[in-house]
Design a protein around this ligand. Structure first.
Ligand SMILES: Nc1ncnc2c1ncn2[C@@H]1O[C@H](COP(=O)(O)OP(=O)(O)O)[C@@H](O)[C@H]1O
Ligand SMILES: [Mg+2]
Length: 262
């Protein structure tokens, strides 16, 4: 469970550099990122604000125009959005005047009508919201709205799900429930997952590996393997040792002038 699969649909990032050009000059966002994520792997990414985590996910999603280096999913170079990738943001980004099922169907592309209905039904079931199919977003709790966003991102059955701080705005208990949910979905769907989070425990609880990024410019500082069976116990000795190791990296980072402490 959770080990990297074949190289067939790996995400391969090599020598990735991204600079934003703004009126005041160049903003180097990412520098020499090298990272390979195996098929069906779950990778967490942590790092202080502004270190380029969202930029990295947006490039993988195909939402940034232009980068230097290689970003490939399987043998396909990423040059724009595609059905092989889904994304979930911190805000649910649901369309307020559409029902839950219409919001999920909104992500569907180029399928026969009967199949569309089946896929929407299956994905609402997957996130436990079948009975809310006709509800509107304002009738949902924050956790439920994020479940809909996850169903919408998975409805095309992508190879890769990108999650940008998806539980960052949820209360502590809902967040823990959602972490268990995403694990269940990962095991059921066998989708490769890349999760950006501010929450170090969440990163360790979920990831096969935790990528620690460093800022100004954004680089990969360290990658830690989380070699613990699931479900993981946040109070176990091994879990706490990994947490200590990650905090140590952050404290080293915070000593750099102007860096953000966590
Ligand atoms: N569209 C943009 N234009 C200019 N600069 C940007 C843009 N998006 C992000 N940046 C800059 O790139 C850096 C990385 O941002 P971001 O990827 O959002 O970081 P994170 O998600 O880790 O907080 C920051 O310095 C940010 O200000
Ligand atoms: Mg961000």
């Amino acid at each position: 469970m959770g080990t990297a699969g074949s190289l067939g649909e790996s995400l391969v990032i090599e020598q990735l550099n991204k600079t934003y050009r703004v009126s005041t000059g160049d903003v180097p966002a990412l520098q020499e990122i090298n990272l390979t994520i195996g098929e069906r792997e779950f990778v967490s990414i942590v790092g202080s604000s502004g270190c380029g985590k969202s930029t990295l996910l947006r490039i993988i999603a195909g939402l940034e125009n232009g980068y230097a280096g290689t970003v490939k999913l399987g043998d396909r170079r990423i040059a724009g959005p595609g059905l092989d990738r889904g994304m979930v943001f911190q805000e649910h980004r649901l369309i307020p005047w559409l029902t839950v099922e219409q919001n999920v169907a909104f992500g569907l592309n180029g399928r026969a009508p009967g199949e569309n209905e089946r896929l929407v039904r299956e994905h609402l079931e997957l996130v436990g919201l079948s009975s809310f199919a006709k509800a509107h977003p304002h009738q949902l709790s924050g956790g439920m709205a994020q479940r809909v966003a996850i169903a919408r991102a998975l409805v095309n059955q992508p190879k890769l799900l990108l999650l940008d701080e998806p539980f960052g705005a949820l209360d502590a208990l809902t967040k823990i429930q959602m972490q268990q949910e995403i694990l269940r979905i990962w095991e059921a769907e066998r989708t490769t997952m890349v999760l950006v989070t501010h929450d170090i425990d969440e990163a360790i609880y979920l990831g096969d590996r935790v990528v620690i990024m460093s800022s100004r410019p954004g680089t990969v500082k360290k990658i830690m393997a989380v070699d613990l069976t699931r479900p993981r116990d946040r109070s176990s000795y091994e879990f706490i040792q990994i947490r200590k190791g990650i905090y140590a990296e952050f404290f080293a980072e915070a000593e750099k002038p102007f860096a953000y402490a966590i």
